[in-house]
Design a protein around this ligand. Sequence first.
Ligand code: SF4
Ligand code: SF4
Length: 76
Amino acid sequence: MEYQTPKPYLDDSCVRCGTCLSRCPVLGLTESEARVEIENLKEGRDRRVLKGCPSCMVCDIIFPNRCNTGEIIVKR
Ligand code: SF4
Ligand code: SF4
């Protein structure tokens, strides 16, 4: 499978709802855990996402505001 560069994370559009990470098929986060994790990613804190994420980019498909969570994960 060909690797594709992630689309840029749109910080201004992200309301930190955590929906993208709560629907991740790998990490098994609750919605409240997902909200904490999106803040951790924003602030550069290394927590659960970076330990368990294989960068499948499914969260880029299932998020509601089209702000591309996958890129911030890859950057961290
Ligand atoms: S990237 Fe989208 S779904 Fe994820 S926390 Fe931000 S607004 Fe919510
Ligand atoms: S890229 Fe990581 S956080 Fe996003 S859906 Fe895939 S495993 Fe989950």
